[in-house]
Design a protein around this ligand. Sequence first.
Ligand SMILES: [Zn+2]
Length: 159
Amino acid sequence: MKTKKSIINLSEKGCLEMIEKARWKDGVFCPYCKSKEVVKNGWDESDGVKVQKHKCKHCEKTFNVKTKTIFENSKVPLQKWFTMIALLGTNTILFLSEFLNIAYSNAYRMAKKIRSVISTEEGKRTLHGDIELEIDEMYISSGRKGEKNLDRAPRKRGK
Ligand SMILES: [Zn+2]
């Protein structure tokens, strides 16, 4: 499991690899018809980073790892999405929009998407693996907001 810090420091490529690992841990499959009969089909560089494209032999649609996820068709880099996912539970959208240097309306839409998938089965399929662990952690901590952490041992001061 990755820590929040290592998630935030991931490169764009690292983020892609993380989604790939989580989503396709049992092999690449078509997000439209779930067929595993797929072939590599060039690269998509429209988002500024090379993304492997695949083509389904069954339904003949092309796709990449972001297809049918909340990250699809977003101009916001994955790195910012991941940071948002990691920090959403304990920060306001206003803070995150400033921290990530994105428009508030954009941050608001992202937060809404992230929150909408957290509680659904589809979301668990889309955002699982390490990312899901982060989300679970975030979900738990945001659910406990306001609760005083009385059972935590007091931090020792000095040496
Ligand atoms: Zn297909």
